[in-house]
Design a protein around this ligand. Structure first.
Ligand SMILES: Nc1ncnc2c1ncn2[C@@H]1O[C@H](COP(=O)(O)OP(=O)(O)OP(=O)(O)O)[C@@H](O)[C@H]1O
Length: 285
């Protein structure tokens, strides 16, 4: 197998992954492990690993760590491996990578790969999903210690405070042609969002298309209906939800609306999404 460098995020899973370092060392034997020191460090460490000749870089953390490693790979020919040590690991779930550390390492040792599309917003690549509006606002309002203490429920607490407010309208233009309006946008590369929730039922990681859901309303009743719709897989048929596929989309709004990619805050509107077909080679079961 090509030389492997593992980038380990001790702060993943609300700082709990720190405890996994010894088990990770035992599992991977002589393979090199580099521990990130601050947010953004996985990207810098990936660039350094490439300069040092590593051709497989393994993201050991959650979706945020995978995102940073992929941005560090920067479209090079190097291969991504994943050890899903984060809170939810949606991209690993999409690829069928086992959550058990030793099993996930076995997958990396076997070294079977596939190529997947790599979407981006502006210059920032993402692997699984992005959101404009509600979910990014929730992330912005959920303090790290609340996340650490209450876990995923903390996002729900922030959401309750947000739903009473009026959200600016988003103008979403698909492939430079038709423009649609809504108040909350989700963009996906794969099917899942936030867990095994198929928000984008037609999405394929290698179809050369972005999938999106544009939601028209943002009051508590509408959001509860959308959640129910996602759970029962009927939301794409709702009259106030636009489900679409496109190669590019641009988003404008009367005032800046925050944006998240792979679960991390990243800038605000206006923004443009695009996709590089089959840009990423990733190790899969
Ligand atoms: N040494 C570090 N100290 C603090 N934060 C770090 C460190 N290394 C990486 N990070 C940051 O940790 C964040 C969370 O990482 P990741 O998404 O991989 O894990 P997660 O378990 O899914 O996240 P969360 O616990 O926030 O749900 C990322 O924003 C990343 O930049």
């Amino acid at each position: 197998m090509n030389r492997v460098c593992i980038i380990f995020n001790p702060a993943a899973r609300g700082e709990k992954s720190r405890r996994l370092l010894d088990r990770l060392r035992r599992t991977v034997g002589d393979s090199v492990i580099r521990v990130t020191k601050f947010p953004g460090d996985a990207e810098a460490q990936t660039e350094r690993a490439l300069e040092q000749g590593y051709r497989v870089v393994v993201a050991a953390g959650g979706d945020g760590t995978v995102n940073e490693v992929v941005n560090g790979l920067n479209g090079t020919a190097a291969t991504l491996g994943i050890l899903p040590l984060g809170t939810i690991n949606v991209f690993g779930m999409e690829l069928g990578i086992p959550v058990q550390l030793e099993s996930a390492w076995e997958v990396i040792l076997r070294g079977k790969t596939r190529r997947v599309d790599l979407p981006r917003v502006g210059e920032q690549r993402f692997v699984q999903l992005a959101g404009v509006g509600l979910d990014a606002e929730i992330l912005a309002r959920t303090h790290w210690w609340t996340r650490k203490t209450f876990g995923p429920i903390s996002y729900l607490l922030s959401a309750v405070g947000l739903l009473g407010r009026s959200a600016p309208l988003l103008d979403v233009t698909l492939d430079g042609k038709e423009t649609h309006q809504g108040r909350f946008l989700l963009v996906g590369n794969g099917r899942f969002y936030g867990g095994r929730f198929a928000v984008f039922p037609d999405a394929r990681l290698d179809d050369g298309l972005l999938d999106g859901c544009l939601f028209s309303e943002l009051n508590a009743v509408a959001v509860a209906r959308y959640v129910q719709g996602v759970l029962s897989r009927r939301h794409t048929r709702f009259s106030d939800v636009l489900y679409f596929q496109a190669k590019t989309l641009s988003v404008q709004s009367t005032r800046p609306v925050p944006l998240e990619v792979d679960g991390e805050l990243y800038g605000h509107t206006p923004c443009t999404f695009s996709l590089a077909p089959a840009e990423l080679e990733v190790i899969v079961p």
